[in-house]
Design a protein around this ligand. Structure first.
Ligand code: UD1
Length: 385
């Protein structure tokens, strides 16, 4: 059997890592039993290309170098998807895989599903069925198209199974396998735990003039990158003002800066002032282990990232999700998770921020978020006929 995995952006890398390990394990066993091995080819579209957004994750998570890098780089959505499709078509036609495996909801996911399906190659979507209901979100469009085209839809939770059924996807295509991100978290927890928080900040700080005054369990972590939060001047200005004048008054703030956010902060003339604030530590995009360590001991997380919402749930870190909706409702407090939706309205964020500071850690593990999802994914692919 020949399988091609297609990845393109940071949140794909932690999903492909355990899947590749599982294939390696399968192939090792096959050697002993004379069973046919799986040939796996890793294709990186190159949407994320900086060392800090890509290579660092390959190194941290011991992902083998991509067999093929399409070097797509940045651009508008249509450019990224279109250019990826043109290049993927050549790869798929040459390699003729039995399966194309795609992960999550980024532009590479969409490009690979459409291209593979048109060439009549079977498509398997890992992390199928998530729905925010928000068609202004580029990722929601990617999810809808990908799931409509996929032959095998592997879901992280039971709500996603329901979403797919409502859309008329037949039961025979859907399998509930759990959350593959949690495999990566469990595989890397011990290594992260050995790291030192102050060293992480000192090493990654964008402005290194500040003394690092941070102690375990007594800091906030912030990540922001969604166009809805960082592309609008008024919204980003109000968020920066709240973080600088209110959050940093109560707790030291570690803010990991995504390239999109850095560009927008500079464009809106917010950057220079922000790097001067004493109690805010701006850091470059962090590697997997560094981010996990910060999450393990944060008093509170403020984020618009879907993956962090999930990791906060398993670690129990109280989390304010700076969005109006989520495709991951199992991470919300009403479902037992650690996160609350606060959007980007400052009054709402302020109220929930001060309420949440009184919360303690409550780790929660939704069904099948057990660190063994990759094995179930491979099993379902092998069983599919
Ligand atoms: C993408 C994903 C999003 C995911 C996020 C995580 C889509 C539609 N979006 O959004 O789902 O949550 O990744 O990071 O696929 N840039 C760099 N260096 C890089 C990569 C990007 O400087 O290595 C710059 C680009 O030039 C661009 C901006 O950052 O201006 C945004 O990158 P882009 O790939 O368009 O999407 P993300 O916002 O990262």
């Amino acid at each position: 059997m020949k399988i091609i995995s297609v990845v393109g952006a940071r949140p794909n890398f932690m999903k492909v890592a355990p899947f590749i390990s599982e294939i390696n394990r399968y192939n090792l066993e096959s050697l002993k039993t004379n069973r046919e091995q799986i040939k796996h080819i890793l294709v990186h579209t190159g949407q994320h290309y900086d060392d800090l957004m890509s290579k660092k994750f390959f190194d941290d998570l011991e992902i083998p170098e991509a067999d093929i890098n399409l070097g797509i780089g940045s651009g508008s959505h249509s450019e990224q998807v279109g250019n990826s499709m043109i290049e993927l078509e050549k790869v798929f036609e040459k390699e003729k895989p039995d399966w194309v495996i795609i992960y999550g909801d980024v532009n590479a996911t969409l490009a690979a599903s459409v291209t593979a399906k048109k060439l009549h190659i079977k498509v398997c979507h890992i992390e199928a069925g998530l729905r925010s209901g928000d068609l202004k979100m580029p990722e929601e469009i990617n999810r809808l198209v990908t799931d409509r085209l996929s032959d095998l839809l592997l879901t992280p939770d039971l709500l996603s199974v329901e979403n797919l059924k409502k859309e008329g996807i037949p039961d025979s295509s859907i399998r509930f396998v759990g959350n593959i991100m949690i495999d990566t978290l469990e595989n890397n927890r011990a290594k992260s735990d050995r790291l030192d928080i102050k060293q992480i900040i000192k090493f990654n700080m964008i402005s290194n003039l500040k003394e690092v005054t941070i102690s375990k369990n007594d800091y906030a972590v912030i990540t922001l990158h969604r166009p809805s939060n960082v592309d609008d001047k008024e919204i980003l200005t109000s968020l920066v003002s709240f973080i600088s004048t209110e959050v940093s008054e109560v707790l030291p703030v570690i803010w990991t800066i995504h390239p999109r956010t850095e560009k927008q902060l500079k464009l809106f003339n917010l950057w220079e002032k922000l790097i001067q604030v004493t109690n805010i530590f701006l850091v470059n995009p962090l590697g997997y282990h560094d981010m996990l360590k910060l999450n393990m001991h944060a008093k509170i997380m403020l984020t618009d990232s879907g993956g962090l919402q999930e990791e906060c749930t398993v670690l129990g870190t109280p989390c304010l999700t700076m969005r109006w909706n989520t495709e991951r409702p199992v991470t919300l407090r009403e479902y037992g998770g650690a996160s609350v939706l606060v959007g980007n309205n400052i009054d709402r964020i302020r109220k929930e921020f001060f309420n949440t500071l009184k919360e303690s850690r409550k780790p929660e593990r939704p069904a099948l978020w057990d660190g063994k999802t990759a094995g179930r994914c491979l099993e379902e692919i092998l069983k599919y006929c």
